[in-house]
Design a protein around this ligand. Structure first.
Ligand code: OXD
Ligand code: MN
Length: 593
């Protein structure tokens, strides 16, 4: 435990409000974890899976009304509304504390309050930041033990300082209409109530490592980003690292754990995973930008994960994992999800806990007919990952050569292009977008602008966040180059043209060659695109002409996008940096030229 009076007083205050029957400090030991697993199984909160096939693995189901992050109920409560900006929901902090205090009052009666001291990053390192989460959920404790570094050494590292993030979570009644995920960045405080779903309640992840950390990063001149981090090892043994930001559901975990195509493997290429979701970026003493993954595990989407799409992720889930809202195979007490294989279990329970008949599956009504919820998850231990980078535990992180933005665009964005400068790259990030796939085949997707894939995760005004990007560009002596990729261009029948998955390494290869001036490019109105013959298609079923098509820039569809971008900038409001308006005007002029 600790003698830190800030921590003890705060816990006293929170306990006086929530009134738990007892308070238990989480020490990070295996003994305590095992006892909590046993307790959760005894109450039905978790199901112990087949320990021969899945040692240390458990299944949990959240409430049916509580299966995803709730952006509409997520708030950034800065003192002024302007500082939260138009993209975030906002409540005046005093009013918000009062409103939520009512919901927290007595919410832990008859329950235990767990005190979880955790670190984002290596405990004791310069890059680490600490938090304490108070929660009435064993599920949260067991997930935090995987996703973060938990234990008494965190309390030692905090010492007698008040510098830690205060997180309070209660499942309360899981009342959807009173669900709140609230951040008070100016108070280093997060309050979450009436949810039990990962992204809303594992407070180290989106709440701290993105929303609060982005706020801190702006103050302290570093960056918290929704980015994977991976290393490409070249045949000569050198490894170069990139960070990549994609909106949710664009295959971030798959890219982070990519398996090189055979012709690359034969040459000796390898890909190493440093992180699959969040990167904290700082300027190193050598003037380069260094990235570290503040997390200690993966909270990945299960459906679609299989031996082909992501064998590394699958291997990572084979021990010590928690599965949430997947399908339970009663025949062998294991788990299943859509897209795992073509063998749905015959004797199974769906994500809602009901008997499940795979023959009734209807793609148009996945929520009600699938075995696993489309947003069902695995929480997996990072060190299980076969392709985990040896730098994973390096407190300094890894030096970044390229930052890659991406989205899901059927037509507009080419396979890859390079921005012309950091400022132009910031603009490219600010206009990032993804299309939702409409139900009817061939229907045009709805464009959602998701700047830097951070739309739901910036803990302050989006315009100020863009300004912070521009400001960082001025103080990074050797800044990474900035690129944009789109794996999702489709042909007239709506089929993906680019094979994706492991073959995305072919694009990373070009990107890294650009970073070292080893390859030329063609200038277009939107930036530099590869010469078609410079994308290696050896061993692929596509021609240079297909690549040419994938790299084409259709001026009209870009011009059509401009008004959507202007509307989005108008929504962000008057703190959009002038430089970005200028970039937009120049882009339009180049497209019209
Ligand atoms: C996630 C997300 O859960 O981005 O990582 O939604
Ligand atoms: Mn994410």
């Amino acid at each position: 435990m600790t003698k830190n009076k800030y921590i003890l007083n705060w816990i006293d205050e929170m306990a006086a409000m929530t009134r738990p029957d007892r308070i238990v400090w989480i020490d990070g030991s295996d003994e305590q974890r095992d006892a909590l697993r046993a307790e959760a199984c005894s109450t039905g909160e978790m199901i112990k899976l087949n320990q021969e096939l899945l040692p240390g693995c458990y299944l949990h189901r959240t409430a049916i009304n509580d299966v995803a992050r709730v952006e509409g109920r997520t708030f950034i409560c800065t003192r002024t509304k302007e500082d939260a900006g138009n993209i975030n929901n906002w409540i005046e902090p005093g009013e918000c504390y009062a409103r939520l205090s009512k919901l927290f009052t007595g919410s832990m009666k008859g329950r235990t309050m767990y005190v979880i001291p955790y670190s984002m990053g290596i405990v004791g390192s310069d890059f680490a930041k600490y938090g304490i989460e108070l929660t009435d959920s064993i599920y949260v404790v067991l997930n935090m033990l995987i996703m973060t570094r938990v234990g008494n050494d965190v309390l030692d590292a905090i010492g007698d300082s008040a510098d830690y993030i205060k997180g309070l979570h209660s499942k309360a009644q899981l009342d959807e209409s009173n669900r709140y995920i609230v951040h008070f960045p100016e108070d280093n405080t997060i309050w979450s109530v009436n949810s039990g779903y990962g992204g809303n309640v594992l407070l180290g992840k989106k709440c701290f490592a993105l929303r609060i950390a982005s706020f801190l990063g702006r103050k302290e001149k570093w960056m918290a980003e929704h980015m994977l981090i991976l290393g490409v090892e070249f045949p000569n043994g050198e490894t170069k690292y990139v960070c990549a930001a994609f909106p949710s559901a664009c295959g971030k975990t798959n890219l982070a754990m990519l398996i090189p195509p055979e012709i690359y493997r034969k040459k000796g290429y390898k890909v190493w995973t440093v992180g699959d979701d969040i990167a904290w970026l700082r300027i190193g003493k050598d003037g380069r930008l260094w990235a570290m993954n503040p997390e200690n595990g993966f909270f990945g989407v299960a459906p679609g994960t299989n031996e082909k799409s992501n064998p590394n992720a699958l291997a990572t889930t084979k021990s010590g994992a928690i599965f949430t809202n997947v399908c339970h195979n009663l025949d062998n007490n294991t788990v299943w999800w859509e897209g795992l294989d073509n063998n749905p279990p015959k004797n199974a329970v769906n994500w809602k806990g009901e008997p499940w008949d795979y023959r009734k599956y209807d793609k148009a009504d996945k929520i009600n007919t699938s075995g696993a919820h489309p947003n069902s998850r695995f929480t997996a231990v990072a060190t299980n990952c076969p392709c985990l980078s040896k730098e994973f535990n390096n407190p300094a992180g890894v030096p970044i050569s390229a930052i890659i933005f991406g989205g899901r665009r059927a037509k507009t964005a080419p396979l890859v292009y390079q921005s012309t400068s950091w400022q132009n790259g910031t603009f490219v990030g600010s206009i990032m977008a993804s299309e939702t796939t409409a139900a009817a085949a061939g229907a045009i997707g709805v464009v959602r602008r998701d700047p830097m894939a951070m739309r739901p995760f910036v803990g302050y005004n989006m315009g100020d966040y863009w300004q912070h990007w521009l400001d960082m560009g001025k103080i990074i002596p050797h800044a990474p180059k900035i690129f944009h990729v789109n794996w999702f261009r489709t042909d007239d029948e709506g089929n993906f043209i680019w094979p994706g998955f492991g073959d995305n390494l072919r694009v990373l290869d070009w990107i890294l060659a650009r970073c070292e001036d080893r390859v030329d490019a063609v200038e277009t109105p939107i930036g530099f695109v590869p010469k078609p013959e410079d994308i290696n298609i050896e061993g692929l079923d596509i021609t240079v002409d297909t690549v040419r098509g994938l790299l084409s820039v259709d001026r009209q569809s870009w011009l059509d996008d401009i008004s959507n971008i202007r509307d989005f900038y108008a929504l962000v409001g008057d703190r959009v940096p002038a430089e970005l308006h200028k970039e937009l005007n120049q882009l339009e002029a180049r497209l019209k030229a």
